[in-house]
Design a protein around this ligand. Structure first.
Ligand SMILES: [Zn+2]
Length: 439
């Protein structure tokens, strides 16, 4: 059944305007609400006698709203309001997302209409839809919501405006304001939803740390190298770590103060690092206990650059592979394990030779696995300090190494740190421990 038919059904059942029902239904489905659930919630909203609800929605404090509320009337102060463009049924819609707060709590909202919301505004939203996202209630402010601005100001403990440090940012955050230095920036051409488009990507930093960013509509202030203030940034996960997204709706201004970028990489126990679910820049110290298959001399697909086996790419079939060097080593510090991935340069360093040397060694042995064997002999059973980007996903915990060196720490200090780490990890839920999964 098409969405349209569902709307037809509902409209005639409930005796309300079909266009209104269609738009509500679209909103809910757009947000991944299953159609049946969406219909039920609309039945509640339009007062279907069968489900018991009718009349005006009840007034609720934010802390009392649950995902089961069909729709509510709520008064709160806008903490953040960030515009974003989404594509729906082939055309672009501008929506506003942010947080609304009162004395009892905070709730995320999405405004489908331009109500002109700004941080600091106190509003009463009549007939606001409630939907569930990730187990939490969220508000939908749409066509059928009556929105009015209120003069009274609430006694809030929450901060208005969305200012954050990079360390504060979490995947899913909207309408954040950060002040950062631009540490790396490159212009790239990508295949966007409207064909080829240019973007900026790189790394930003502040006192609290560093994070990768993508600037979808290149801002000269960022390309010039910053430092910059970015208003209305949102955070999305990319390859297992949070990424700052700067869109056409973000405001980027040059800052006239310098930003001291936190220089120290966080050193963590492996178990503790894995339990965070992914960190952009982290240092781990542990023993290499194994070098996994797919290490040493490998071949990549010339189309997609993924590692191929016996001349076969999973996507492109029979291909003429490109030779490359790589190591996937398992690092263990007693609190957990990660797979450390070394690129061609780091691999050449631990192998003690170039790609040419590796090809030569493989030719002589008539077996390319000898290269991985040589690397195994050199690093397994020894302690290393690794710095890089940790991602944790269904493939396990992987650390993309930027630096890989033999640990030169004072062994006593290491022992102490290790004990502390073990104690800390013992407090963390065991379930977060990464299982070794083949990527
Ligand atoms: Zn391929």
């Amino acid at each position: 059944m098409e969405l349209d038919d569902h709307a037809e059904d509902l409209a005639s059942d409930l005796g309300v305007d079909k266009e209104e029902v269609t738009s509500d239904l679209q909103n809910l489905v757009e947000y991944s609400v299953p159609v049946d659930e969406a219909k039920q919630s609309l039945r509640r909203k339009y007062g279907d006698g069968a489900s018991g609800g009718s009349g005006a929605p009840s007034s609720k404090e934010i802390g009392d709203i649950t995902p089961d509320d069909g729709n509510v009337t709520v008064t709160g102060t806008v903490l953040t309001a960030g515009k974003r463009s989404i594509r729906y049924q082939g055309s672009d819609h501008v929506i506003v997302e942010g947080e609304l707060a009162d004395e009892t709590g905070t709730i995320d909202y999405t405004a489908w209409e331009d109500f002109g919301l700004s941080p600091g505004d106190t509003i009463t939203a009549g007939n606001a839809g409630v939907r569930e996202w990730d187990g939490e209630p969220e508000l939908n402010l749409g066509e059928s919501t009556s929105l009015s601005f209120v003069d009274e100001s609430l006694q809030l403990t929450q901060e208005i405006g969305g200012e954050a440090t990079l360390a504060d940012l979490q995947t899913g955050d909207r309408a954040r304001v950060v002040e950062v230095a631009v540490l790396e920036c490159e212009r790239r051409t990508i295949d966007g939803r409207d064909g080829e488009t240019e973007i900026l990507s790189g790394v930003v930093g502040d006192e609290s740390g560093r994070l990768p960013f993508t600037n979808w509509d290149p801002a000269p202030e960022i390309e010039d190298g910053g430092p910059v203030r970015i208003e209305n940034a949102y955070v999305q996960e990319f390859r297992g770590v949070p990424e700052v997204n700067v869109s056409e709706f973000s405001t980027v201004t040059e800052l006239d103060r310098e930003i001291e970028v936190g220089a120290d990489t966080t050193t963590m126990a492996v178990g503790e690092a894995v339990a965070t679910g992914g960190i952009y820049d982290v240092e781990l110290v542990g023993n290499v206990i194994a070098v996994r298959d797919g290490s040493g001399l490998i071949q990549r697909c010339p189309e997609c650059y993924r590692v191929i086996q016996k001349g076969q790419c999973r996507t492109h079939g029979d291909v003429d592979g490109i030779d490359d060097l790589r190591v996937k080593a398992i690092l263990d510090d007693g609190t957990g394990t990660v797979t450390v991935v070394l690129d061609d340069e780091l691999t050449a360093a631990v192998y003690g030779g170039t790609l040419e040397d590796a090809l030569e060694q493989a030719r002589e042995a008539m077996d390319q696995s000898v290269v991985a064997d040589t690397i195994r002999e050199r690093i397994v059973g020894r302690e290393f300090s690794v710095r890089g980007h940790l991602s944790v996903d269904e493939y396990g915990a992987n650390l993309d190494a930027e630096r890989f060196g033999e640990s030169d720490d004072d062994p006593q200090a290491r022992a102490r740190a290790f004990l502390e780490a073990v104690e800390k990890v013992a407090e963390i839920d065991d379930g977060a421990d990464a299982e070794e999964v083949d990527a």
